[in-house]
Design a protein around this ligand. Structure first.
Ligand code: FAD
Length: 459
């Protein structure tokens, strides 16, 4: 396994990363990426065990529901969490394509063993540029709008295209490249899944960061913890050797990878959303107490609604674990129906949670002065005096709550979190599709027929 220092050294491999119009020659020391690199390096150090056979706990396939729960609910840095999701996606897809493309299955398992042995981190490249959304890949004016194979050689394939929004790409080692959706028989070249190292010639990562410059991060606790870069990853005629090609042309399995990713990314998202829903309920209760309003009926009702939502969300997480299934190699995977219902619920009801929290908090959630104003001898004491709500809780205590609530709901990071919750892992439509597909509608119809006195009718 790698230590944090070895991980940092491994990033100096000539990768082509860009930010605000310039090439980033060293992501480790670059001010925009350094914090993320440090978080990932700390993750390496925490997980490190010596020995040639040691494998990161986050790159191992869970073999029991308890292991699955530990993995899904572990508090780790984003790169590690995405690496877990990617690895489990690949193993799930390997199981599902086994019959049709056994060599692809074997390639995936070898690749995952390589990731484990070298302790590498891998990110998810699924979302294509997609061009005109009303047109399928093969009918786009620019055939590269979806990533495709442009050349097949005896030793591998050459791919061209772009994958958008890719979280933490510049600080990873590997890119899991998979089709964004199902493909038709005439879209063989688009049914490509493979593993690509970040330093491969032709790979370029153009980044945006989510943190506005110049903030006093003491006033933005979530911004500080959750700065995320997103890469626009370009594959400009990139050669991929056969041993790294998982799918090539088997269009009936193009969506298998996306579905496998959908399951794992939503399962991980659900665990995070369940904790965040509890935290939002906690903030609502704390600020209601600090404002002296926690006994007021309409405030209690709003908090009760938040608590019901948070508990419902956790129930879907628990059900997705309790109904976990086994792949043929013994890997335990979460239940698709409950995972998708939970992800949907969490994303769809987030505005309600934010609305109640902000409504209870009041305007200072947006306008509370900064920590620097608190530290200024000319203003600090006055701020403390006038920020006091309920006696016994200091003005600075209430100020800190407002800062956190603002950053969670209404700052750039707050808006980012809202959008990431909605679109990360696919929008609401994607979860509706899977939910309908997995739901036992036959049983539901039988119940309805019986209740209507039509039990003898066919469903
Ligand atoms: C914060 C964040 C992090 C992300 N991280 C990653 C990542 O690490 N890796 C990765 O691969 N992706 C990532 N994504 C991408 C995410 O999965 C996509 O944003 C999402 O799938 C939607 O794709 P899009 O952004 O291209 O929007 P579009 O596909 O343009 O969709 C916009 C809207 O149009 C609808 N729509 C699109 N096409 C059609 C059609 N043909 N018919 C009807 N309706 C249509 C969609 O349902 C949606 O409502 C991330 C996104 C965000 C916001």
């Amino acid at each position: 396994m790698m230590t944090g220092a070895q991980y940092k050294a491994s990033l100096k491999d000539g990768r082509r990363v860009y930010f605000r119009g310039e090439r980033v020659t060293d992501v480790v020391t670059h001010p925009t990426f350094a914090h993320q690199v440090e978080a990932a390096a700390a993750g390496y150090d925490r997980d490190y065990r010596s020995g040639a056979d040691a494998v990161s706990s986050y790159m191992k396939a869970p073999r029991s529901i308890d292991e699955l729960r530990d993995q899904a609910t572990a508090s780790v840095d984003l790169l590690t969490s995405i690496s877990t999701t990617s690895t489990m996606t690949l193993l799930t897809a390997a199981d599902r394509i086994q019959k049709r493309r056994p060599q692809g299955s074997e390639a995936i398992r070898d690749y995952v063993r390589e990731l484990q042995r070298k302790d590498l981190r891998i990110v998810e490249c699924i979302t294509d540029a997609k061009g005109d959304r009303s047109l399928p890949p093969a009918k786009q004016p620019d055939p590269d709008a979806y990533l495709r194979v442009v050349e097949r050689r005896s030793d591998g394939v050459v791919i061209r295209g772009a994958k958008l929004h890719i979280a933490v790409a510049p600080i990873a080692h590997e890119l899991m490249v998979i089709p964004t959706k199902a493909m038709k028989p005439d879209e063989r070249d688009y049914a490509i899944a493979c593993g690509v190292a970040l330093d491969t010639p032709g790979v370029k990562v153009i980044n945006v960061g989510s943190t506005p410059a110049g903030l006093d991060l003491r006033d933005y606790p979530f911004t500080h913890d959750e700065f995320i870069s997103h890469g626009f990853v370009i594959f400009d005629d990139v050669f991929v050797p056969n041993e790294r090609v998982f799918l090539d042309g088997e269009t009936e399995h193009a969506a298998t990878f996306a579905h496998s990713l959908g399951l794992w990314i939503r399962a991980q998202g659900l665990a995070g959303m369940a904790d965040e829903a509890d935290m939002r309920a906690g903030f609502a209760q704390l600020i209601a107490e600090a404002n002296g309003l926690d006994k007021v009926v309409h405030i209690k009702e709003k908090i009760a609604e938040m608590v019901i939502h948070a508990t419902l969300l956790r129930s879907t997480l628990e059900a997705s674990l309790a109904r976990a299934q086994n792949l043929s190699d013994g890997t335990v995977i979460p239940d698709e129906l409950y995972t998708n219902v939970g992800k949907y619920l969490g994303a769809a009801e987030l505005p309600l949670m934010n609305r109640h929290l902000l409504d209870i908090a009041g305007g200072s959630a947006l306008t509370a002065p900064s920590t620097r104003d608190l530290e200024n001898p000319e203003t600090g004491q006055l701020l403390k005096k006038y920020m006091v709500g309920k006696a016994g809780l200091g003005g600075d205590y209430r100020l800190k709550l407002f800062h956190a609530i603002r950053d969670l709901t209404a700052s750039t990071t707050g808006s980012y979190k809202n959008l990431a919750t909605l679109l990360g892992g696919g929008g609401l439509y994607a979860q509706r599709v899977v939910t309908r597909g997995r739901y036992d509608m036959e049983r539901a119809k039988r119940l309805a027929l019986r209740a209507a006195g039509l039990a003898d009718q066919p469903v």
